[in-house]
Design a protein around this ligand. Structure first.
Ligand code: NAD
Length: 256
C-alpha cells in the first residue's frame, strides 16, 4: 500500500514541487491550497504518476478548518504518514507601519496552523507507529532581516515547535524536522521583490542583487527540487534518528 502525504499549500511554488516529487516516489497525495485550479493540478499529477490524490481548499487561518483538513485526509486515504507544513504568506513593512491584521495572519498561517495540523495528525501517527512531520521554515527561522517582524517571528517559532514535537514523537517513531530555505523563486518571492522595492526605494533588479541574494554565498535562488529531495529523505523509513533538526538550504547564508 502506498504511504499518504499531506502537503499544505501544494498547489503553488515549493509545495507543488514537493508534492510532485512525492508522487514520483509513489506516495498518495492530499493536495491543499487556495489556488482556483488546485483540483486540476492534483488530478493531473495523480494521473501522470498513477497515485491516488485528493484536494482541499481549507483556509488555514481557521483552526477548525485545519483540523478538518487532517480529518478529511485520514478519511479519504485511511492513513497519514507524512505531514508537510508548507503553506505560508509574507508581508514586508517597517514595524511602525506594519498592519496588525497582516501580523496576525502571518502568525496564524505560518506558525499556528503548524501546531493545529500536527496536533490533529498526532493520534493517527501514534497509532501507525509512524509519522514524519516536515516543517518548511526558512533561513528567516535562523536569521533576521529588517521589515519582516511577523515572518521572522513565525519562522523562529516553527523551529522551536519542531524541537518539541521531535522530543514528544520519539517514543512513537514520529520525527519532526524543519527545512530552512534561502530565497526560492516562487509566486511568494515574486510578490516580495515588489514589496521590498517599495520598502527599500529600489528597482526590482536592485532588490534581487543587493537585498535578496546579498546574504547568500551562492548567488542563486534555491531550486525547489533541492527542497523536495530533502523532504523525501526526511520521510524515509530509515530516517528514524533524524529528528528535531533544522536543515538550512540557504546557499551559505546562515554559515556566516
Ligand atoms: P507560494 O505563495 O508559491 O505558495 C503558498 C501556498 O500556501 C499556496 O498554495 C497558497 O494557496 C497557500 N496558502 C496561503 N495562505 C493560505 C491559507 N490562508 N489557507 C490555505 N492555504 C494558504 O509560496 P512558496 O514560496 O512556495 O512558500 C511555501 C513555504 O516556503 C512558505 O511557508 C514560505 O514561507 C516558505 N519559504 C519560502 C521561501 C521562498 O523564497 N519562496 C524561502 C523560505 C521559506
Amino acid at each position: 500500500m502506498n504511504k499518504t502525504v499531506l502537503i499544505t499549500g501544494s498547489t503553488s511554488g515549493i509545495g507543488l514541487a514537493i508534492a510532485t516529487r512525492f508522487a514520483k516516489e509513489g506516495y498518495d497525495i492530499m493536495f491543499h491550497g487556495l489556488e482556483s485550479n488546485g483540483d486540476a493540478i492534483a488530478k493531473d499529477i495523480g494521473a501522470k504518476h498513477k497515485v491516488k490524490v485528493a484536494f482541499s481548499k481549507a483556509n488555514l487561518l481557521k483552526p477548525d478548518a485545519v483540523e478538518g483538513l487532517i480529518a478529511e485526509t485520514i478519511a479519504t486515504f485511511g492513513a497519514l504518514h507524512v505531514l508537510v507544513n508548507n503553506a505560508g504568506i509574507q508581508f514586508v513593512s517597517p514595524i511602525e507601519d506594519f498592519p496588525n491584521v497582516k501580523y496576525e495572519n502571518i502568525i496564524a498561517i505560518n506558525m499556528n496552523a503548524v501546531f493545529y495540523a500536527s496536533k490533529a495528525a498526532w493520534k493517527q501517527m501514534k497509532q501507525q507507529k509512524f509519522g514524519r512531520i516536515i516543517n518548511i521554515s526558512s533561513v528567516h527561522g535562523l536569521r533576521a532581516s529588517e521589515f519582516k517582524s511577523a515572518y521572522v517571528t513565525a519562522k523562529h517559532g516553527v523551529i522551536g515547535m519542531t524541537k518539541v514535537l521531535a522530543l514528544e514523537g520519539a517514543p512513537f517513531n514520529i520525527t519532526c524536522n524543519a527545512i530552512c530555505p534561502g530565497y526560492v523563486k516562487t509566486p511568494l518571492v515574486e510578490g516580495q521583490i515588489k514589496d521590498q522595492a517599495k520598502a527599500h526605494k529600489m528597482t526590482e533588479e536592485e532588490v534581487v542583487e543587493k537585498v535578496m541574494l546579498v546574504k547568500q554565498a551562492v548567488k542563486e535562488f534555491v531550486p525547489v527540487e533541492a527542497i523536495a529531495d530533502m523532504a523525501v529523505l526526511l520521510a524515509k523509513d530509515s530516517s528514524t534518528t533524524i529528528t528535531g533538526t533544522s536543515f538550512a538550504l540557504d546557499g551559505g547564508w546562515s554559515a556566516q
